[in-house]
Design a protein around this ligand. Structure first.
Ligand code: PMP
Length: 330
């Protein structure tokens, strides 16, 4: 019989899919690493598994312990799945601006979700930061993974995403492109590919316009999961050779094209990374192999990126002029 003992055995080993229509006119091969094939639907399953296993090994997470993390998104889902399979409790702290769909998803996996008001100062006892700190202090056997500073976040990519790409491309990968949030993906995967190739593989970060990684101050942008207003320690500044800044509009238009033209219903940070990857690939030749990592699926964004009214409200729907430019460039 062919079966897995637990869903967590299916974390990682995600497929590479060639981008065709959106890469028309480009001579380099552009491959997408499609992370929505992970059981929790995102790249974050990888870090959840490794952070939890490392905490078990170090004794920071004890049998019957509780995982407390301020997260509302993909990391929460990954942690919730691994925690339930290994017998831990999860408490997630979310600001009240988070959609009820996201909160219900975490609860569906058995996690407890504490919702905090956004409209209070950070020093207020009910603030997002204070509540999560207090829960860690007051919950017996609590452990906080802290994906922004946990070295197991980049390490999970050094030990899984990086080797997978090297093997899947038979060492032919020349460029790796990924969005930067905590920085774990680009730092761990990029470092592995540099080590494996003797420094040959070029590593390119994609960042929302306004975020610190591309020289911004943290100005708001709408793409979720990427960009920061501070420098997390999970991000290794020495890995990326280049950072490409991408606008919300370009990110979301490309996200919609990926669904319509490549059959890839993915999130907004995927569109952002693909815009950066195509910008790089346009400069390259037929022997180059560009891999772009797509962190999650698009189901969580149906009422935003895939909703014409929402897109129109922000002026993100393609105009005739946009369509003409897309045709010209590609
Ligand atoms: N895209 C999405 C949707 C994410 O949730 C994240 C994680 N914050 C990223 C991209 C960026 O990955 P990383 O944190 O490894 O830089």
């Amino acid at each position: 019989m062919r079966y897995h003992n637990s869903i967590i055995e299916l974390v990682g080993d995600t497929p590479l899919v060639k981008l065709s229509k959106v890469a028309e006119g480009i001579s380099a091969t552009v491959l997408a690493k499609v992370e929505y094939f992970n059981p929790g639907g995102s790249v974050k399953d990888r870090i959840a598994l490794r952070m939890i296993e490392a905490a078990e090994a170090s004794g920071a997470l004890k049998p019957g312990g509780t995982i407390v993390e301020p997260t509302s998104g993909n990391t929460g889902v990954g942690l919730a799945i691994v925690a339930q399979q290994k017998g831990y409790k999860c408490i997630f702290v979310c600001p009240d601006k988070v959609s009820t769909d996201k909160i219900n998803t975490l609860r569906a996996y058995g996690a407890e979700v504490v919702v905090c008001p956004t409209a209070v100062a950070p020093e207020h006892p009910d603030s997002y930061y204070n509540v999560s700190d207090r829960l860690v202090r007051e919950t017996p056997n609590a452990w906080k993974p802290d994906q922004y500073s946990n070295p197991e976040n980049p390490a999970s990519h050094y030990h899984s995403t990086g080797p997978e790409l090297w093997e899947q491309t038979e060492g032919k990968i020349t460029h790796f492109v990924a969005g930067v949030g905590t920085g774990g993906t680009i730092s761990g995967t990029g470092r592995y590919l540099k080590d494996a190739s003797g420094g040959r593989v070029q590593v390119i970060g994609a960042d929302p316009e306004g975020s610190v990684y591309s020289g911004g101050t943290g100005r708001p942008y709408l793409v979720e999961g990427v960009g920061e207003d501070f420098w997390p320690t999970a991000y290794d500044r020495s890995v990326a050779d280049e950072i490409v800044a991408v606008s919300d509009k370009d990110s979301f238009q490309m996200t919609r094209r990926l669904a319509k033209e490549e059959g890839l219903l993915v999130g907004g940070s995927c569109g952002m990374a693909v815009v950066a990857a195509l910008e790089v690939a346009r400069r390259l030749g037929p022997d180059d192999v560009v891999v772009v990592l797509l962190p999650d699926g698009g189901r969580g964004y149906l009422s935003k990126i895939f909703n014409d009214d929402w897109m129109a409200d922000y002026g993100f729907l393609p105009t005739a002029a946009d369509e003409a430019t897309i045709g010209e460039v590609l």
